[in-house]
Design a protein around this ligand. Sequence first.
Ligand code: SF4
Length: 371
Amino acid sequence: MNADERARFRRRLLTWYDRGHRELPWRTEPTPYRVWVSEIMLQQTQVETVLDYFSRFMERFPDVRRLAAAPESAVLKAWEGLGYYRRARQLHRAAQIVVERHGGAVPDSFEEVLALPGIGRYTAGAILSIAFDKPMPIVEGNTIRLYSRLLDWDEPVSTKRSIDRMWEFAESLITRHRPGDLNQALMELGNQVCRKGTPECTHCPVASLCQARLAGTQARRPVKTAKTRIEAVDHVAVIVRRGNRILLRRCGPDEHWHGLWDFPRFVVPSDVNVDSATGQRWVATQLRETTGIASTLRPADIAPIAHAVTRYRITLHPFVAMNPRGRKRNGTPSELEWLPIDLLGQQPMNATGRQIANWLQAPHDEERSGA
Ligand code: SF4
């Protein structure tokens, strides 16, 4: 697009945006803190899912100072179910830095915002443009799709060359005139009109400026690289119960659910069948070696739980430890604790741990859950 076309593009896009866009809580009151929290939550997560979490999070931690002063477990608890918990830990750490180094005010310089944990070039641009009205470009999922179509970009969008081109294009679009609104309009257009699969070009305010539309290639843009191969794996989780207490482990720093509680859990090698007596002895050995608790095992009365973590499609088989004996081992493989069953609801847990905990807390025959 030349300068005239870009000016036309901005006018049309902002007019379309002003006629009606989704009312979102971080848009109606775009303070730097609210925009920041919303942007972190929206990484990897749909707007519809974020809405409830955002409201609850703002009630619980209404400003940076309140967030910085909270224990990490409280932040993880508020984040429970949103996934990608590293985001929550980094947000918490960044809030502490904002309080320590910036007097509790989110900084308005690109370098200082970018230096905060969990904030990359996109998030810094979003915070500065939306909350401070600075002319900073943005490139994220929705806009990559939109830009690749506007440019009719025929290379895989994940390469460095492509990403550089997207940033260059985004920079050419942004000016000092309403940069925050323009960025939100770009994301809104990508999300609502220039959708995945078949875009709604007949409702697009910038259709006459779109190269892919002119070439008829919209459905083939963006060009994707080959998908990562999904791998199926089995895990087991063991419910170890003594009276009213359950043995749980807090995941360590190198683990996916760092800081969250989970049941003792093991990856099952492909040559072990956990439905067999041999397989269950293997689970018992893992339990004894990692926790110090000796026990025979039987499958719990919960169906295996299917879930996905990064490129793994996991089937989790819950087991119950029968008459567990011995003292829990401290320090390996991560923190082990006997927690009262009625307090499980207050601890941050990963999604499958929460499913099992809910089953344990539901009224049923205690013998079935290993009591
Ligand atoms: Fe996307 Fe179609 Fe608009 Fe082009 S014309 S930007 S493909 S919705």
